[in-house]
Every structure is written in C-alpha cells, then in structure tokens.
Design a binder for this molecule. Structure first.
Ligand code: 5RP
Length: 228
C-alpha cells in the first residue's frame, strides 16, 4: 500500500540501511514499501556473494525475500544481528508502526535484533507521535478493547479491508483497531496501558527500539542516531 513520500526517497533510505548490513548477518526483514527497497538491495548483495539470512515479519516480506533470493530462517533457529524496518511516524527514537498491520511480528523481530535500523522518507518525521495507533486484537476482544481504548481517551475504528468486504484480517488471523489519541504526550505510558488490555496481541507504539533512522529525500539520505 502507498503511504508517505516519494518512492525515490524510500529507495534511498532502504538502500542506505541495507548497505550497513555486514556479510554473515542474520537480518530481520521489515514490512512495507520502504523496507521492500532494503530487501531488494539485500537480495542483490546475496546475488553478489554475501552470506545473509533473513527473518521475515510478514507474508509480504517473506514472499519478496524468496523472490529476490534471500535465504530465510526463523526466530526458532537464529537471533537477528540487525533488523531493517519502516515506520508510519518517527519522533526522536519512538515509532508508530502498523500501517500494513504487520506490527506484531515486526515488534517481535525488531526487539530480538541487536540493532534496529529504521527506514523512512522525511514525510514520516514528526515532533511528537500523533497518527492513529494500530492495535491488533483477537477477534472476540474487538468490543471490550474498543471500550477500554475510549476510556484511555482514544477513538477506535475497526480497519476495513480494501478489495475485500469486511475488516482487515492480519497474518495472525486477528483484527485491527486504529485508535486515534491525537498527539501522544507520553508514548511509553500509552504503550504500557495498551499492552495491559486483555485481548490485545500487540500495538504499533515502538518505544526506544530504534538505533539508527535512515531518512531519505529525493536528493540524499541522512542517518540519525536517537541517543547521539
Ligand atoms: C507495516 C509497517 C510499515 O513499516 C509502515 O506502515 C511503513 O510503511 P511504508 O514504508 O510503506 O510507508 O509498520 O506494519
């Protein structure tokens, strides 16, 4: 799905992060159009002899990795040295993710990695996180979680599928509530409150996980380090 800025800016960000991956690495493969550029670049690296294995975060990234020739492994067998993943919004080192409804596996793989390289075009940068928070819920939890989100001050909307009647069903067989909290003053506090709700599998607030943010524009790419 098309989100954010130009494809050229996304390509620069994705390829910059892929260049930072060392020969021999196990790489978490994020989801979305920007991460896809990194996956294609890693496929070219494998084609020119690099020994890289990928751990996908979605059906999409698994399918693309297979197509471009990246050998795959799993969290059962390997631990990622590095993960490359996109974001819907970036504020300092905090991220909002889940535009592609893949945030549960993304958080699992991104957190397991020694380093997380975020890839984003500059339209994703913000002072504070403010886009609606995707919350993946088991189907029976839709109404109770929606009520609890309202009590936390959010406005939940069940994500509707495109080119399919009814809701989006995630790769894990669950539903997604996009929860608008306006500007999020304390991402860590909201993350903890959402994680505590029964029936929530995962939400899209990623606090303090990013080690580098590769920001692409139509002209160039810069690398930001949140703690620097
Ligand atoms: C998927 C995600 C994506 O990484 C995020 O939506 C960014 O996508 P894109 O690079 O296509 O703008 O979190 O769940």
């Amino acid at each position: 799905m098309k989100r954010g800025g130009s494809d050229e800016a996304k390509r620069r960000a994705g390829e910059s992060a892929a260049e930072a991956v060392e020969d021999g690495a196990v790489v978490g493969l994020g989801t979305g159009s920007t991460a896809a550029h990194a996956i294609r670049a890693l496929g070219r690296a494998v084609g020119s002899g690099h020994d890289i294995a990928g751990i996908p975060t979605s059906y999409q990234s698994r399918h693309l990795a297979r197509e471009v020739g990246i050998p795959l492994t799993t969290l059962d067998d390997d631990s990622p040295d590095v993960a490359i993943d996109g974001a819907d919004q970036v504020a300092d080192g905090d991220l909002l993710k889940g535009g592609g409804a893949a945030h549960a596996r993304e958080k699992l793989v991104d957190s397991a990695a020694d380093r997380l390289l975020v890839v984003a075009d500059e339209s994703k940068l913000a002072e504070s996180l403010s886009v609606p928070v995707p919350v993946e819920v088991v189907p029976d939890a839709r109404r109770p979680v929606a009520d609890a989100v309202r009590e936390l001050g959010g406005d939940p909307t069940l994500r509707a599928a495109e080119r399919k009647d009814g809701p989006v069903v995630t790769d894990n067989g669950n539903l997604v509530l996009d929860c608008d909290f306006g500007t999020i003053g304390d991402p860590a506090e909201l993350a903890a409150s959402l994680s505590a709700l029964p029936g929530v599998l995962e939400h899209g607030v990623f606090v303090g996980l990013a080690d580098e943010i590769h920001v692409g524009t139509d002209e160039d790419v810069t690398v930001r380090r949140p703690d620097a």
